[in-house]
Design a protein around this ligand. Sequence first.
Ligand SMILES: NC(=O)c1ccc[n+]([C@@H]2O[C@H](COP(=O)([O-])OP(=O)(O)OC[C@H]3O[C@@H](n4cnc5c(N)ncnc54)[C@H](O)[C@@H]3O)[C@@H](O)[C@H]2O)c1
Length: 496
Amino acid sequence: MMGAGKSAVGRAVAERTGRAFLDTDELVEARSGRSIAQIWNERGEEGFRALEWEVIAGLAGRSHLVIAVGGGAVLRAENVLALRRGGRVVWLRARAETLRARVGDGIGRPLASSLEELAASRAPLYEEAADLIVDTDELVVEELAERLARRVTVAVADRPYDVVVGRGALSELPQGRAALIMSPQVAALHGESIEKALGGDVARISIPDGEAAKSPGNVTCVWEELAQAGISREDLVVGLGGGAATDVAGFAAATYLRGVRWIAVPTSLLGMVDAAIGGKTALDLAQGKNLVGAFWQPSLVVCDTELLETLPERELRSGWGEVAKYGFIADHAIVGECALGVRVPSDHLVRRCVEIKADIVAADEREQGRRMWLNYGHTVGHAVEHASGGRLSHGEAIAVGLVAAAELGVRAGLADIREETRSVIGALGLPSRAPGLDRSSVMEAMRSDKKRTGAGPGRGLRFVLLEELGRPIIVEEAEIPPDALEKVLDGVLGER
Ligand SMILES: NC(=O)c1ccc[n+]([C@@H]2O[C@H](COP(=O)([O-])OP(=O)(O)OC[C@H]3O[C@@H](n4cnc5c(N)ncnc54)[C@H](O)[C@@H]3O)[C@@H](O)[C@H]2O)c1
């Protein structure tokens, strides 16, 4: 509504998030060369709405914008559909008295005299259109802008959702009946605060800690407990914990009642920057990790960076391995942050990693193309992790994989980032080699990983390499020199 603070808050959000700010009323005026009041006088409301629709249709699907939209745009369903296509709609809600106090007698605003009636009649439309409702009666522009700026949208086609990143972000959880899935270890540390944030009507479901949770047997127990607690499609499933817990909660949500809404609340760095975002959920079988799963997007991800304070050092370090990956594939500034060593990262850094993953997932939800870039360092990394039989953490194995990818890149005639990779991995205290692992086991793990990820036998491996820093490409095994991979493995698996 007029007076809600769209322009002030919109501008402040745009500034904080490096986006451009646009106002549809201003664009209508610019396009027609007339003020809003003149357009209403000359063409009436219908004439104005037609111009407004042209402007909104032109903006739909564009990215990196904050758009303030005239209060009557919700009257046309096509406006709302267009804005929601890849975007998130926020209703800045305020009581009619607040709006009136801000608008005064509303000179130049054709509908100001009937503000109170309009606010009441349009409220249900705003509510229906909005992905997020924010109360602005106690408007402090900076605070509101901060709250909105810490949301990153994962703009997947049919169900875009937000990732909220920041200290205290648990307060953004919706209240309502929920099943809360977590391990006793994480429950002891953070169970109470999340239960409070969810409003207390919570059925706790306990799962084993870490990778042990990702078994079909355990998920059967989770399904049964969901049913026993009477969780319905109206309720929420919430997964709290590292990547293993959110994988299990997501899979249970994807399958229970043929799919219920779920929220991921990652508590590990790896979970925040990677596992909880993008809707890949998975279980392990005796034959290998992540062999059973579903694409099932959460409806919200809440990354409360305060929770990282209790994360053990080795887990934190492991998460930094993934952070470094984002630096290499997408943003050199992150590489600089990694060079400063392991610490609880800033909210800004976590948000930047989330943005990179969100952009890639939105462009390729089902991993047909760009999403494969996220596997930079993972072809060798996963195999090393597997062959180490659990001795190396995920992040440690990925660090070895990043070194291998840099080496392979040079042998494939691409960028030489070996020095930079080794120095970042060293600064993070992660291993650059995995001496003592059996090379044939690593090769075998790579080939069987490959078979599972889609390509038929005989088609060879596929690597993500860098043409230059920040520019990943997919390279087929047949495109690299025949002995390149063996030499690279000799390097990372050898004693020296
Ligand atoms: N779905 C995806 O897209 C995706 C992507 C990457 C990884 N994953 C999966 O994620 C898993 C790895 O995730 P992970 O590294 O978070 O490991 P994890 O889930 O096994 O957690 C590691 C340990 O950290 C503890 N922990 C987590 N948060 C804590 C906190 N705030 N304070 C204290 N202890 C805490 C856990 O209790 C656990 O013991 C793997 O199963 C992997 O397959 C999934």
